[in-house]
Ligand binder design. Structure first.
Ligand SMILES: O=C(CO)[C@@H](O)[C@H](O)COP(=O)(O)O
Ligand SMILES: [Co+2]
Length: 268
């Protein structure tokens, strides 16, 4: 399937081209917000760009960090070289586990300027996406398996000016969500059933990554669940560039060593 890029098929007329060139310089993004149809696209562009900037980004899933020492944990992870954070929000309904909500996102936002990637494992994301964006999330990923209209939720997230992500559990096929992908910046084929850290990697995610990379070359591809030095290389070869890692970091005393092991495993 050919991806609709939204780009014009030929260069726009001179005046529009100049305006676009000014608006698209990184410095212009830093100077002022750009509103298109009432939406602030500068934050979205910056956040998604940061995630696109590198060949591979390891995102620690903070689920297993020491929340009694959150500031120290964020600091240690930054010192160890991480380039972003992954926050798992679970509501005890969409998944049989309950974690945290907006206050923790807000707390982490105060402690870091790195991208915060929020994974919403909740039944009714439409009710809360605005609050998560206001709390400081840079990208919001919702599950295709929710009972709400997923395309409407993805459009709502787009309007909020943050990165738009779609997650699919191992039992959900790539084909069943393909038509939603033009609405997204990011696809997350889960390599475990959403709900708990510390599960074993399910290779069913790999074929979905390959399909997505082939059909949607510009889409950010993330993988989450059981990613460790034994599984990360296959995910990278399949096309993922964002790697969510919980146990393989927090199960180690030395975060730097854990990160170095993971990046070495993909040859970077
Ligand atoms: O979204 C989830 C679990 O549902 C994850 O982000 C996990 O927290 C990752 O932990 P590990 O599988 O790496 O231990
Ligand atoms: Co997650």
């Amino acid at each position: 399937m050919e991806r609709k890029t939204g780009y014009p098929p030929f260069p726009p007329p001179g005046s529009i081209r100049i305006l676009l060139a000014i608006a698209c310089t990184p410095l212009a993004f830093l100077r002022r917000p750009i509103k298109i149809g009432g939406m602030d696209v500068s934050r979205q562009a910056e956040a998604v760009q940061k995630l696109r900037d590198e060949q591979a980004i390891i995102l620690p899933s903070l689920l297993q960090c020491d929340f009694g020492n959150l500031q120290r944990e964020i600091h240690s992870l930054e010192e160890a070289g991480v380039r972003g954070f992954h926050l798992d929000v679970m509501d005890g309904h969409f998944v049989p586990n309950l974690t945290y909500g907006m206050p923790i996102v807000e707390g982490v936002r105060k402690l870091t300027s790195l991208p915060i990637d929020v994974h919403l494992m909740i039944s009714e994301p439409a009710k809360y996406v605005r609050q998560f964006a206001d709390a400081g999330a840079d990208s919001l990923t919702v599950h295709a398996e929710i009972e709400q209209d997923t395309s409407e939720v993805l459009k709502m997230i787009r309007q909020l000016g943050v990165g738009v992500g779609l997650a699919i559990n191992p039992a959900t096929s790539f084909e069943s969500v393909e038509s939603l992908l033009p609405l997204c910046d990011l696809l997350l084929p889960m390599s475990v059933n959403a709900g708990f850290g510390g599960q074993q990697f399910n290779p069913v995610a790999l074929e979905k990554l390959r399909q997505a990379r082939h059909n949607f070359p510009d889409l950010l591809l993330e993988v989450d669940g059981g990613v460790n030095i034994g599984t990360i290389a296959d995910c990278y070869s399949a096309g993922a560039t964002l790697f969510v890692v919980g146990s393989a970091i927090f199960g180690q005393d030395d975060y730097r060593q854990a990160l170095e092991g993971l990046t070495a495993a993909i040859g970077l």
